[in-house]
Design a protein around this ligand. Structure first.
Ligand code: MTE
Ligand code: MO
Length: 335
């Protein structure tokens, strides 16, 4: 019942966004081949070292990059909103070659390599828990009713590096409402694919799989919370969490579960992967907060990929409009 092969979601070839317009200023630095560091484990409690301080290498060259992105279908993007001010958008190379996706390896370049063969069609998402419309929904049916938007958001990893990414997707709230969460739905949990046949690190990985994330319902319903199906105007590359992943830009990147296969509404706070393996280092909330350091490194500043100097980290990653969600909460305790 769940598997139905259906056409790609809305695509219009005239809508192709030119990568070059975004990345020309970045290409120079990337092509200098600045030394790769990338040794620190993504928000991983096993890591003994602080996060890397050297600028990353952009593993892709312009040539391979063009080839890779050419295979990705363009999406029919209806509106575009820049929510990163005057900050430069990160290059397609950086966004797609410097990844955390532990199911495919802990090195920053491994997901780009090993996720190539991930099968993202057909795909369906199970809807469970405290809602009046549970069931299994095919990816195309999940996406179809939504007008696709581009949103340029900052992404801040708990490891203290950051990027600016032009995501394509739609508000998470609009999706969740369709499943009619009931009055007991206080949290929503996301489960991601854990297929040992396709994902080399499922059996050997440092994390318990499936990777799980969650938010309070009011956080998930906030207009900034975004369901992502693409970037740079095209279908999401596998290493970035194809075919569908979360983005809550005021939270550390580990909250942004990739390759989602199940959404579950719960009454009590669900377990989340990083929090379960290291609660002192990875809070349930995971809100970006320059005043609450990771036990092994400062969160006061960050390394923006492609830039030479660290920059200060902003409360809620520069999205203060979410602050009312946490009114009256001690953000040092609920980090
Ligand atoms: N399933 C899954 N989702 C995941 C991760 C992961 O290892 N597995 N890593 C998270 C972390 S730590 C970050 S910073 C972001 C990185 O997203 P990006 O590679 O698209 O920039 O994905 C998040 N989502
Ligand atoms: Mo991260």
């Amino acid at each position: 019942m769940l598997i139905r092969v259906s056409p790609q979601y809305p695509i219009k070839s005239s809508e192709i966004t030119s990568e070059s317009t975004y990345q020309d200023r970045r290409r120079f630095l990337a092509q200098m081949g600045l030394a790769t560091a990338g040794m620190a484990l993504a928000g991983c409690s096993d890591a003994k070292t602080p996060p890397p301080v050297a600028p990353p290498s952009a593993a892709g060259t312009a040539a391979t990059d063009g080839a890779a992105s050419a295979e990705l279908a363009a999406l029919d993007v209806k509106t575009k909103v820049n929510m990163a001010g005057a900050e430069k958008v990160s290059s397609f190379e950086d966004i797609t070659n410097y990844n955390n996706f532990y199911e495919f390896g802990t090195g920053k370049g491994e997901p780009a390599n090993y996720a190539k063969k991930l099968k993202t069609r057909p795909w369906s998402v199970a809807i469970e828990g405290e809602c009046d419309a549970p069931g299994m929904i095919d990816l195309e049916d999940l996406i179809k009713p939504h007008a696709l938007e581009e949103r340029i958001y900052r992404l801040r990893c708990v490891e203290a590096w950051s990027m600016v990414i032009p995501w394509v997707g739609f508000p998470l709230a609009d999706l969740l409402k369709r499943f009619k969460p009931n009055s007991k739905a206080k949290f929503v949990q996301f489960f991601t694919l854990a297929d040992a046949e396709q994902m080399p690190m499922i059996k050997r990985g440092v994390l318990p799989y499936p990777y799980r994330e969650a938010m309070r319902m009011d956080e998930a319903m906030h207009p900034l919370a975004f369901m992502v199906v693409g970037l740079y105007g095209k279908v999401l590359p596998n290493q970035n969490g194809a075919p569908i992943r979360l983005m809550a830009p005021w939270k550390y990147g580990f909250k942004a579960a990739k390759s989602i296969v199940k959404i579950k509404f719960t009454e009590t706070q669900p377990e989340t992967t990083w929090n379960a393996i290291g609660a002192a280092e990875y809070g349930f909330y995971g809100n970006v907060n320059p005043e609450v350091d990771h036990p092994r490194w400062s969160q006061a500043s960050e390394r923006r990929l492609g830039e030479l100097f660290r920059k200060p980290t902003l409360p809620f990653n520069g999205y203060p409009e979410v602050a009312p969600l946490y009114a009256g909460m001690d953000l040092r305790r609920y980090y």
